[in-house]
Design a protein around this ligand. Sequence first.
Ligand SMILES: *Cc1c(COP(=O)(O)O)cnc(C)c1O
Length: 396
Amino acid sequence: MSESSSPLRGATHLECTETGERLESETLQGLSPAGKPLFARYDLESLAGAFTPDDLVGRRADLWRYAEVLPVRDPAHRITLGEGWTPLLDAPRLAGELGVARCWVKDESQNPTGTFKARGMALAVSRALELGADVLALPSAGNAGGAAAAYGAAADMAVHVVVPADTPQPILEEIRAMGAHLHLLDGLITDCGKAVKEGVREFGWWDLSTLKEPYRVEGKKTMGYEIFEQLGRRLPDVIVYPTGGGTGLIGMWKAFDEMEAMGWIGSERPRMMAVQARGCAPIVRAFESGAGSAEYYEGATTYASGLRVPSAVGDFLILDALRASGGAAVAVADHQMARWVSRIGETTGVFAAPEGGAVAAAVPVLLEEGVIRADDEVVLFNTGSGLKYVGMSPLD
Ligand SMILES: *Cc1c(COP(=O)(O)O)cnc(C)c1O
């Protein structure tokens, strides 16, 4: 079907990821009544056969090519800066260094604002506009704040970003340059979260915290659709993902379920690997102990700011996907991330963020553990540009 003539635009409802409770999708909704993330649901039964991979050929080269499975109803409400449809780079020399048969780098550094946070914010801000939010706000460790500021500016909506005072200078400059209201707090991201909650209560701000509104995950799920298309309509053996809040991993897992429901794939899934920092590894700890959810990680430290997330509201969804796929969770040290940033650079020409370095550093460990095999085809996520971390490497 051609995208413009699609009669099936938008979600049918929202669903609590824990209880399955259904909620109305066309008003602003945060968490479910049970305090858990909400997923947007679509009429996939009607889309099966009516929306196929053939329909995507020749469509726009951004994430809006998947309009039928996105929640924005009116194309006029799409706030876009060219997010998504990033390259999946064949990396044979990196594969050789890592000891796997084939390795691809999904290079998310080529998104607007230099990280894949752009995908989530494109959807969250578009929906906030569509559903009548007034003022946007979020606590951030950095990159989400930059993306929220950019998409808020594009939408001509006011944005309040609350960040720790020690947030890297390049990110603070980015947020200021986009005209957002920048609040610096002496404290951690969790303290910033409390400040945003007060703004929500007192001034009616709309909270864009990840998985506390239903649409950032819809933007990030498009990475799963893209990998399928870019590999010639199939999925890899393994996906290795740097996990903070886990939004991308949860989103891709949701995308695979949607693709199966539409008849694009069968029940096969890639094995999903979550990589965290030694200094902040709540998901790794929970995975290893067999727990269904993660405990708050005290004293979180790592220069990979995207991984400095001591507590994730979607922890149980991450752990479910890792276990259901036959995947694993592993932590790597900051100096290993930095070393692999250089190896990725030397073998591919991509200047990776430390989170991208972490993913490569994890592969030899996962091979050793036997959860990745030498004959596997592996997709590695580089989630951001090394340019956003200049001056922060522990090897400098
Ligand atoms: C936010 C961020 C991550 C973590 O992403 P989640 O989907 O929230 O786990 C990884 N890398 C970078 C560069 C980030 O900004």
